[in-house]
Ligand binder design. Structure first.
Ligand code: GDP
Length: 365
């Protein structure tokens, strides 16, 4: 999974990105922690994995990972190429979801590009740039499709769709809220990979005092929540400055620090949960002496598709899956005991994988 962090300058993107990736990189020695200064790998905290790893005394425990991309440089006029804008916009095309950081804190020492704190105006500024960029993509496609549309019914239908989406965007609306007439149209809409079709999580960057009541006494946060509700987006309240401090701490210190603030989890954990929920993701596990590992899949993925996450050969040669819920496995004390109790299922290619399944795939090479 790849998440892109966007937002206007000076809202706290880099502070958040640095603290998230630092905290995430320290929680496990993931093989590729720093690919690029703007790309960071964060591991997904998962207690089940730790328990299973101990159970098998695994040599290696590999958590699921999320890639974060810090997409700086999105400013008013970016879609017109201002401030390297177009390059940044093309980076956003590659992500699965957008984390949109909005400034909900006042601080006279930190200049706001538009002179005042106003999260809804900021969201609109960014959204407009994304909309402009999408319109450009659509215009290019319309030009291409128009050529053949006169003699080709399918192309004519697509041209009609493209034109309707463009009109929708021109009203200042996002592609996400466009209503397709049928499944074919929906499939095409997805294939355009429009920026404003991507799921969005708002990170309301608030002040330390807002954390205890999850921002409910901060008027800026409330306005973001209201907006997000209309757009079916997730919101999480964070204080980038505090995250930066948390990232410097070890596990025990971190726990105490969070308790002092009246919090159960760090911003990173909140963000990971919000993204899993928004993107409809779950994890299944593979376990053994050599390695215990978590794999991220979309809810509803069937066994062969889940196997394909590990290796395409597993999907191609899929025979069956031996499946046991992680808790049942731990409770039974051993794999064979779980088998004896009938808790290990032999599942075929139509089995829909569940969150927390421990799976052993059988396949032909
Ligand atoms: P970016 O341009 O969006 O990447 O913003 P930065 O992360 O570089 O932050 C801009 C300035 O705001 C820096 O001086 C940060 O220290 C400050 N800043 C970031 N987050 C917070 C916050 O939660 N509270 C306060 N008061 N300042 C912050």
């Amino acid at each position: 999974m790849k998440l892109g962090i966007v937002g206007l300058p000076n809202v706290g993107k880099s502070t958040l990105f640095n603290s998230l990736t630092k905290a995430g990189a320290e929680s496990a020695n993931y093989p590729f922690c720093t690919i690029d200064p703007n790309v960071g790998i964060v591991t997904v905290p998962d207690e089940r994995l730790t328990l299973l790893g101990n159970f098998y005394a695994s040599k290696k425990v590999t958590p699921a990972a999320i890639e974060f991309v810090d997409i700086a440089g999105l400013v008013k006029g970016a879609s017109k190429g201002e401030g390297l804008g177009n390059q940044f916009l093309s980076n956003i095309r590659e992500v699965d979801a957008i984390v949109h950081v909005v400034r909900c804190f006042e601080d006279t020492n930190v200049v706001h590009v538009d002179g005042s704190v106003d999260p809804l105006r900021d969201i609109e500024t960014i959204n407009l740039e994304l909309i402009f960029s999408d319109i450009e993509i659509l215009e290019r496609r319309i030009a291409k499709t128009s050529k053949g549309a006169r003699n080709d019914k399918t192309l004519a239908k697509e041209l009609n769709l493209l034109t309707r989406i463009k009109e929708h965007l021109e009203e200042g609306k996002l592609a996400k809220s466009f209503e397709a007439n049928d499944d074919d149209e929906k499939e095409l809409l997805i294939s355009y990979n429009l920026l404003t079709y991507k799921p969005v999580i708002f990170a309301a960057n608030a002040i330390e005092d807002d954390l205890a009541d999850d921002g409910s006494s901060n008027q800026y946060v409330n306005s973001v929540r209201e907006f997000a509700k209309q757009e079916s987006c997730e919101v999480f309240v964070v204080c980038a400055k505090i995250e930066q401090e948390i990232a410097e701490l070890d596990e025990d210190e971190k726990k105490m620090f969070l308790e002092d603030l009246g919090l159960m989890e760090s911003g990173l954990e909140k963000l990971i949960k919000a993204s899993y929920s928004l993107l409809g993701l779950i994890s299944y596990l593979t376990a053994g002496e050599d390695e215990t590992r978590a794999w991220t899949i979309k809810k509803g993925t069937k066994a062969p598709g889940a196997a394909g996450k590990i290796h395409s050969d597993f999907e191609r040669g899929f025979i069956r899956a031996e499946v046991v819920n992680y808790k049942n496995l731990l409770d039974c004390g051993s794999y064979s005991a779980a088998k004896e109790k009938g808790l290990v299922g032999l599942e075929g290619k139509d089995y829909v994988v569940k969150d927390g399944d421990v799976i052993l795939f059988r396949f032909n090479v």
